[in-house]
Design a protein around this ligand. Sequence first.
Ligand code: ARG
Length: 285
Amino acid sequence: MTVTPTQQPSAAPAIPERTALRRHYLMCRPEHFAVTYAINPWMDPSAGASAELAVAQWEELRSTYLALGHEVSLIDPLPGMPDMVFAANGALVVGGRAYGARFTFEERAAEGPAYSDWLRANGFPDVRDPEHTNEGEGDFLTMDRLILAGTGFRTDLAAHQEAQEFLGRPVVTLRLVDPRFYHLDTALFPLDGENVAYFPGAFSPGSRAVLERLFPDAVIATEEDAAVLGLNAVSDGRNVVVNAEATGLVKTLAEHGFEPVPVDLAELRKAGGGPKCCTLELRSN
Ligand code: ARG
């Protein structure tokens, strides 16, 4: 008996239905925004940055979250703290507990206690004052089963250990190697609790191999998209708030069944930040 091989029609892989989960975010209006010092390669104090324009763009971001059904709390900006708009750096809040930030540079040091005080006064009494240098959600990104943690420019390796012990969640270290992508949240973002999008060139060879093993189905971003801080995005599992200039990524996300929500935060990019930097997620579980 001969078996004739039949040509299988090449079925397009089914795109899963994406589900949004309602989030609670903490944000800080950039009333005192400026670029007065340079602590990352995006910052040029001579280039001129407008607090007024930053506030207008930031207001759009806040309205976007509200329109998507999320809750947004606000912390008062401190005069003389031009980077305080980058709320992601203020802490890591998981399971109702907060691991406080301890900034790398003196210029931002006062933000750590300011965010911790806000959390204690607003329903998160269990705040850990950190022993080790860490810049909160800038370098810690929470997934369902683990926390991804960046090191190399800002957050100390020892802080990964400290966060794991305090939060009781497995922390996976990833080493950043490109100074443009000095925080983990400039190179990678969780699409949902299980999968991520990232730019491989931002990571050491070993960390790239770890990412390939953990996330074989990850969305891989190009250098062009990473270079406009496209990976500094915020996903609720379905809607992805992303810098509008990351046009390739916007298209790829849509092809994967996500709903890209482009925003313009070009003024904040002069300080090296995008949507995610402006957003600290307050996770009660
Ligand atoms: N100018 C700030 C700094 O260098 C930008 C922080 C951006 N935040 C972030 N989560 N990546 O610290």
